[in-house]
Write a protein that binds this ligand. Structure first.
Ligand code: FMN
Length: 172
């Protein structure tokens, strides 16, 4: 059976959610990553940055925009030491400024994914994948990019059926 890694980025704290700025104790993508981890035999890896993002929504938006525009590669706190052991990587991330957070680019550039299958999952505020699928393909030459799943951030608490169907399609 394929060995599955779920690598995810997510940011709790203030976010625009259900029509207003709210404080999310657990980030939307983390909610989904943990559901997936319960549904499929897998290891979970949190893509965490050395320099933390602010909880304040507008401050976070501003920093994320600067990082996007400059193509920043924020340093991460940890590595997956045994990446060779995984055939399949479920990559879960939020849509930040039309693509994945730059920290996810740091993660993708840190390993050789050729021969592996990457299953992208995005949570978003209405834009779906935007440019992130093209960016993953560009950063992971030789990887097979499976059909991804986009979930609106407002729907993460009630997405179990959707996740099960997606995992079924992926044969995981
Ligand atoms: C810095 C930032 C930029 C965002 N940019 C977009 C965007 O361009 N398109 C979109 O649909 N949603 C955007 N969103 C909304 C998030 O993708 C959405 O709320 C997501 O579910 C947050 O996931 P998280 O709680 O796991 O971090 C943005 C949110 C933040 C904080």
């Amino acid at each position: 059976m394929a060995k599955v890694l779920i690598a995810y980025f997510s940011h709790a704290g203030q976010n625009y959610s259900h029509g207003g700025i709210r404080n999310l104790p657990v980030g939307n993508t983390e909610v989904v990553a943990k559901k997936l981890n319960a549904l499929v035999p897998s290891d979970l890896f949190y893509i965490d940055t050395v320099k933390k993002y602010p909880d304040d929504h507008m401050a976070k938006i501003k920093i994320a925009k600067q990082q996007f525009e400059s193509g920043a590669r924020p340093e991460l706190t940890a590595r997956v030491e045994n990446m060779d052991a995984y055939d399949t990587v479920i990559l879960a991330y939020p849509n930040w400024w039309t693509t994945m957070p730059m920290a996810v680019c740091t993660f993708l550039e840190s390993y050789d994914f050729s021969g592996k299958t990457i299953c992208p999952l995005i949570t978003h505020g209405g834009s779906g994948f935007s440019d992130s699928l093209d960016d993953i393909a560009r950063l992971c030459p030789g990887a097979h990019i499976a059909r991804g799943l986009a979930i609106n951030g407002d729907d993460v608490q009630n997405c179990d059926r959707t996740l099960e169907a997606w995992l079924g399609e992926l044969e995981l």
